[in-house]
Design a protein around this ligand. Structure first.
Ligand code: DGL
Length: 273
């Protein structure tokens, strides 16, 4: 590093298709950069798994991405970030960014009332990572969390609209807003949830701002590469997307959301899967 440019790709990881919402923002913000994305489709969802399993799976997937010679690793998964970020950083020779701090910053910047709601997987909620990170951003904020265990499997199945999705969101968000009716900012603390954004916004109404970590994570990546003088200068960006699970299932869901932006999906042979 220090030569002024670095043509190696940025690596992004998620348990499944959710991190593509972060990839999309990274590509928009950093169009000259090459990327390689890995979804652990064979083992999704991570949310209900014990923290030890999430840590092991995340490290195995990080090793695969590091073997692709990435210059920066983004854990585009809140569950992995909240349970494995320090361990991945210990292991990685390149910088590692998570999505929890970017999400917390988005929420803290958005709220006027000082009441933030967070929806996330059971694992992320249990880790306490969001209340801690939002508290670090502004200790006066009141944070209420709601675990939404059914949403990731729903998105992975490609069910991003319809009565089942609406019914589940009605239940989860109703419970959250009953716990704190003064919430004016809802943080999507799982990278799958932006794929349900229209339904979520309809459910909470115009009085609640819905924010996520994609924009702030892409901004953090840009700042970091800039500071390291490690941005790409060739502009010949190349994009790879891989999954540990069935390629067809992953492509079907991801392709519906990302269309022509999505390259042909590869099957990744990750150690341990
Ligand atoms: N996109 C992941 C997250 O942000 C979902 C984790 C899961 O597989 O449950 O937490």
């Amino acid at each position: 590093m220090g030569t002024g440019s670095d043509e190696r790709p940025i690596g992004l990881f998620d348990s499944g298709v959710g991190g593509l919402t972060v990839l999309s923002e990274v590509r928009r913000r950093l169009p000259a950069e090459a990327t390689v994305y890995l979804g652990d489709g064979a083992r999704t969802p991570y949310g209900p798994r014990p923290a030890d399993d999430v840590r092991r799976f995340t490290l195995e997937c990080a090793d695969w991405l590091l073997a692709q010679d990435v210059k920066l690793l983004i854990l585009a998964c809140n569950t992995a970030t909240s349970q494995a970020l320090p361990q991945v950083r210990d292991r990685s020779p390149v910088p590692v960014l998570g999505v929890v701090r970017p999400g917390a910053v988005s929420a803290a910047a958005s709220t006027r009332a000082g009441h933030v709601g967070v929806i996330a997987t059971a694992g992320t909620v249990a880790s306490g990572a969001y209340p801690a990170a939002i508290g670090e951003a502004d200790a006066r904020l009141i944070v209420t969390q709601q675990a939404c265990p059914e949403l990731v499997p729903l998105v992975e199945a490609g069910e991003m609209s319809g009565p089942r999705a609406e019914g589940l969101l009605h239940g989860y968000l109703g419970e959250l807003l009953a716990a704190d009716p003064d919430i004016d900012t809802l943080l999507l603390g799982c990278t799958h949830y932006p794929l349900l954004r229209p339904l979520i916004e309809a459910e909470v109404g115009p009085g609640v701002a819905v924010v996520d970590s994609a924009f702030t994570a892409a901004l953090a990546a840009e700042d970091l590469l800039e500071a390291l003088r490690a941005r790409s200068s060739s502009g010949s960006s190349r994009h790879r997307v891989a999954t540990t699970g069935p390629v067809e299932a992953f492509s079907a869901v991801a392709g519906r959301v990302f269309g022509a932006e999505l390259p042909a999906v590869e099957r990744a042979a990750v150690e341990g899967v």
